[in-house]
Design a protein. Structure first.
Length: 308
């Protein structure tokens, strides 16, 4: 019988944790060095890679971390540590369909690429992001194209991670771009701009903004479900906006606290919304209502469901 497990980073509890989806009970907490943040999981659900951001938020002063922690998901153990020294504050992470790992250093605005992160502890390449305060990265499935989302330069930049000779190409979609996801065919990148409460569609080839929609206040993240609906977390006003791909808002889900992040179930119309008040809400994507909640440790953040 299979078991559904929610993997969850709890940033201010400094843990990478396993929760039973059926009960909401904690299975295991792995204590990590202070302030882990984003993570990704490989295609076989064997290893998770957790960036050591190393300070609480980007507004806090400090050098931050320069490591990525490797979690063996079968053993439930922190088994290795990858080094990105001298690059600091790894934040955005991604993996392609060859299980190459991409780590975006926010502190040094650099994208680092590990071709074999399961066996090699240092990156194979590093390329400049072409912006400042490079917070998140969007990556095509084949790893040929990436976008850095640069909060301080108010740009997104198109990168070619396999060819370091290609210079970053910038576009300014709005103020403080952060949230992002590709369309299913990867021809469009959807971007949330926090500074002007918008969601925009950017053509991946021409870098032209083709559509624009209005979000709630302070949109932080974007997620695409299997029905091609886009979910935008409106951090400052306790809501989630639902858009179609023409960027028309079709629904708004009201919350009673801040939505920090969200993840989608791999096979069901179900989302897991991490909330500021130390809860995860299970959101039914057919009715847009919460089925139930379960309690977490301090500051739950990025999550992902695996089935084993």
């Amino acid at each position: 019988m299979s078991q559904e497990i929610l993997l969850l980073v709890q940033k201010c509890a400094h843990t990478f944790s396993f929760y039973d989806v059926s009960t909401g009970d904690a299975i295991k907490h792995i204590r990590l060095p202070d302030f882990p943040h984003e993570f990704v999981v490989d295609s076989q659900n064997r290893f998770a890679y957790v960036g050591h951001y190393g300070i609480e938020t980007s507004s806090h002063e400090g050098e931050g971390g320069c490591s990525v922690f490797v979690i063996d998901l079968e053993k439930g153990e922190h088994v290795r540590t990858l080094s990105i020294w001298p690059f600091r504050r790894p934040h955005g992470l991604a993996m392609d369909d060859q299980d190459r790992l991409y780590v975006l250093s926010e502190g040094d605005s650099t994208l680092l690429i590990f071709d074999q992160p399961h066996i090699k502890d240092v990156p194979d390449r590093a390329i400049p992001s072409g912006g400042y305060k490079s917070h998140l990265v969007a990556l095509t499935r084949n790893g040929e194209t990436a976008f850095a989302l640069n909060l301080l330069s108010n740009t997104i930049t198109r990168l070619k991670p396999q060819d370091p000779t290609v210079a970053p190409l910038p576009v300014q979609p709005g103020s403080m771009p952060e949230g992002n996801c590709f369309s299913r065919d990867e021809r469009t990148l959807y971007v949330a701009t926090r500074g002007d409460n918008s969601i925009v569609a950017v053509d991946v080839e021409t870098l032209e903004v083709t559509h624009r929609g209005r979000t709630g206040s302070d949109p932080t993240r974007i997620y695409l479900d299997r029905h091609d609906r886009l979910y935008v977390t409106n951090y400052a006003e306790h809501s989630i906006s639902v858009f179609n791909t023409a960027l028309e808002e079709i629904h708004r889900i009201e919350l009673d606290t801040y939505a920090i992040a969200m993840s989608l179930h791999p096979t069901r119309d179900l989302a897991f919304v991490t909330l500021k008040d130390q809860r995860v809400g299970m959101l039914d994507l057919q009715t847009f209502t919460f089925q139930r909640y379960f309690h977490t440790l301090l500051e739950p953040d990025v999550s992902q469901v695996i089935v084993r």
